[in-house]
Design a protein around this ligand. Structure first.
Ligand SMILES: [Cu+2]
Length: 73
């Protein structure tokens, strides 16, 4: 049986100001296959994503930007 490797990626995001921003980012990320959990700290802009290792992290950045927010590099 092949094990699934789970990774945690933390992304610093700018521009999320309220619960609606938080929810938009969270739901968009949870739609990605292989993403199992998303935690968002609204005050610090920290988005923590638990995902399988095959998930492309640049795709996660793109999804956040598509919601209208800036990913700090
Ligand atoms: Cu908002």
């Amino acid at each position: 049986m092949k094990g699934v490797i789970s990774l945690t990626t933390t992304i610093q995001v700018e521009g999320m100001t309220c619960e609606n921003c938080e929810r938009a980012v969270k739901f968009a990320l949870l739609k990605v296959s292989g993403v199992s959990r998303v935690d968002i700290q609204l005050d610090s802009g920290e988005v923590t994503i638990e995902h399988e290792s095959q998930v492309d992290e640049t795709n996660l950045y793109q999804i956040i930007e598509d919601q209208g927010f800036d990913v700090k590099s």
